[in-house]
Design a protein around this ligand. Structure first.
Ligand code: BES
Ligand code: MN
Ligand code: ZN
Length: 496
């Protein structure tokens, strides 16, 4: 779908295809009833013949509805509408957007449920759901199909009680939407286009929003002693980069919160090369970094009252004459040494240096890192929950809450010194793999050695970020998972 232009209108201005919500047993809100009244009992008769009752997810589609001026009327079942969470509104918006016929240049979604009109913020959440649903990554499709009769421009209005209030709330929601879309775009982008320097260039675009962006090159990282990160990138023709983004919307000098992302622009596995099947998905091995950039965009665009640091380690993991080998020992910036057993366990090496760097330089209130770190977390949790590893119960509780609110859910996994022996090395302070059992845990255990006493959470997003299940608010291969979760965490707990 071409990106629709979204707008807000009063209930009195309905144009194009009309999309309305109804509750169970065909209950409508009053504004909706008024809009439908000229059609008499048309909806009731159509519903009876289709056995449509308004169950959540179902829809009734009436072309050229007699008595109404609209070219088409679509009734979307909203089910029970008791206590609506934000994620419920996003879902409804996504459902409604999914019903906009492909050929329609204009549609109006009536932002009202059986229980009544939606408040400004709720309308904005509805629109955010619609925006995310409409997202598609088609910049590399150069041909239109012969039977493609989609309009060039699509306009979708949300009719509501108070368009000005919705517009105001949209300024915030659209910041979050832009962040998610930026993350999805970065993840979908192929690795021949998005290599570390290009990724850094795109992240630098955030300076337009007032984000301070620094890009450290290989020389700078050598000086800092980041042997683990640099070891991963040394087999690539593309230079590794470290990007540090700072948004200072909080009190001057207040301790920042910090987000760290794994940015492996492509993961071949290196010398421990991966099998061919499915390797193309490893263009998305920078989803953690993409989420951090998307989050910084969201925070800056909505002028969040927080000081936040975003840091991403950008590398490409390639097999090559210069690539690192199994058996190599690298020295991290922290001084600890790591023996490389498997060059495909590269994400933890990148993060070891970036976590230490951020902790050391910023002494943040907490660090949250995101990484498509292990296949093992997909085996454990599937694609619905991200694995959460943490040394801080309060941070865990807050992430759990934000997860429930946004629908980007996290599930705590264990850490413990008992696992440490799995990563003991014969030759160095530790080795980079811990064997097949508990693979997601031993990876987290390694990361923990680089965070000191700072409250920290590691989110393993290998299952949630890529090859995402189709939902009402995402039809794309990449979900942009984590932007909404962390924006919510910041909003609920860390803005002054
Ligand atoms: N990027 C992969 C993890 C991954 C797998 C992400 C599938 C998304 C989908 C990571 O770098 C990796 O290769 N991990 C290895 C670690 C192993 C060698 C200890 C894995 O999970 O198999
Ligand atoms: Mn790997
Ligand atoms: Zn990887």
């Amino acid at each position: 779908m071409t990106d629709p232009k979204l707008g807000f209108a009063p209930f009195a201005r309905l144009r194009g295809v009309l999309i309305v919500f109804c509750g169970e047993n065909l209950k409508f809100g009053t504004a909706t009833q008024r809009a439908l009244s000229p059609s008499g009992d048309l909806v009731r008769r159509a519903a009876a013949s289709e056995r449509f009752t308004g169950k959540s997810g179902s829809a009734l589609d009436i072309v050229a509805p007699a008595g109404l001026k609209f070219p088409r009327l679509i009734v979307v079942g909203a089910g029970k509408d008791g206590d609506l969470k934000r994620r419920d509104l996003l879902k409804l918006g996504g459902m409604a957007m999914g019903k906009v016929p492909a050929v329609a240049p204009e549609a109006t979604i009536v932002a009202e449920l059986a229980s009544g009109a939606l408040k400004g913020e709720q309308v904005a959440d509805l629109a955010l759901g619609a925006r995310l649903r409409a997202y598609g990554f088609d910049r590399y499709k150069t041909k239109r199909k012969d039977d493609d009769n989609r309009p060039k421009k699509v306009e979708v209005d949300f009719a509501c009680a108070n368009p000005a209030a919705a517009e105001k709330a949209w300024a915030v929601a659209t910041a979050i939407g832009d962040g998610v879309v930026l993350a999805r775009d970065l993840i979908n982008e192929p690795a021949n286009v998005l290599y570390p320097a290009e990724f850094a260039r795109r992240a630098s675009g955030l300076s337009k929003l007032g984000v301070n962006v620094e890009v450290l090159d290989v020389g700078a990282m050598k000086k800092l002693g980041m042997g683990a990160l640099l070891g991963v990138g040394q087999g690539s023709a593309h230079e590794s980069k470290l990007v540090v983004m700072r948004w200072n919307g909080g009190k001057r000098g207040a301790t920042p919160v910090a987000f760290i992302g794994k940015g492996v622009c492509f993961d071949t596995g290196g010398i421990s090369i991966k099998p061919a099947q499915g390797m193309e998905d490893m263009k998305g091995d920078m989803a953690g970094a993409a989420c951090v950039v998307g989050l910084m965009q969201a925070l800056a665009a909505r002028k969040a009252k927080v000081n936040a640091v975003g840091a991403i380690g950008l590398v490409e993991n390639m097999p090559d004459g210069r690539a690192q080998r199994p058996g190599d020992i690298v020295k991290t910036m922290s001084g600890q040494t790591i023996e490389i057993i498997n060059t495909d366990a590269e994400g933890r090496l990148v993060l070891a240096d970036v976590l230490h760097y951020v902790n050391n330089r910023f002494k943040p209130r907490f660090m949250i890192n995101l990484a498509t770190l292990t296949g093992a977390i997909i085996v454990a949790l599937g694609q619905e929950y991200a694995g959460m590893f943490s040394n801080d119960d309060k941070l865990v509780e807050r992430l759990n809450k934000a997860g429930e609110a946004t629908g980007e859910r996290v599930w705590r996994m264990p850490l413990g010194p008992e696992y440490d022996k799995q990563i003991d090395s014969k030759f160095a302070d530790m080795k980079n793999t811990g064997g097949r059992w508990g693979g997601a845990i031993t990876a987290a255990q390694l990361l923990q050695r680089f965070v000191g006493k700072t409250p920290w959470a590691h989110l393993d997003i290998a299952g949630t970020a890529l090859g995402s299940p189709q939902t009402d608010i995402n039809k794309s291969w990449s979900s942009g998972w984590g932007v909404r979760l962390l924006d919510r965490l910041v909003e609920d707990y860390y803005e002054r």
